[in-house]
Structures are given as C-alpha cells and as structure tokens.
Write a protein that binds this ligand. Sequence first.
Ligand SMILES: [Zn+2]
Length: 112
Amino acid sequence: MQRTCLNCGMNVSEATRDCPKCDNALNLQHDGSTITVDIAHQGERVPEALQRLQSEIHSAKHGTAMCIRFIVGSGVIRKEAILSLRDSEFRGDIRSFEIEPHNSGAILVRLK
Ligand SMILES: [Zn+2]
C-alpha cells in the first residue's frame, strides 16, 4: 500500500510516519474533508454498529480525511457510540468529537 505526502507529493509506503523528502508527519496530514458513515439505519445491532464505528476510524486514520460524520440515529446506538468515542478520545485514537449542531442524530469525529 502506498500513500502520497500531501505537502510535497512524494509517494511513500503506508507504514512511513515522516515524509523522507520534506519531513512532514504523514499521520497528521489531512485534506480538510469529511467522510459520512451511517451506522444506524440498516438494521444494525449495537455491537455491529460499534464495530463499524471503530473500524471506520481505524481505516480513516490511514487516509486523508480530517473528520468522519457518523449518522447514529436517536436510539441506543447513539448512546453507545458516544461512550465508545469517549474511550477513543481518552486513548488518543481521535482528537475530539461532538454532536452535530442542529442535528442530534449525527456525531462529528475529528480524526486529525
Ligand atoms: Zn513530503
């Protein structure tokens, strides 16, 4: 797997932490974009929804997006997702998260 340094455009392997050309920290680079992922409206049970939440965060950390917007609905998935994200924030897996203003059925997760 390859990734591209957003600062200088050099192609490096996915495991590289700092760009060998411009010395930028690759895991902190982002393009300002937001990915939207619905984890609550295809009949997911809570464990499935939480697993999806964590795996999306894990794979997005290797990508270039700045945020993930999780659609969590208004039920128990939303409640458990908030608890799970609190853990992720504590562990440093994500930078922060917030309930989307004016839309309590979505949570914005800041990855980088
Ligand atoms: Zn670079």
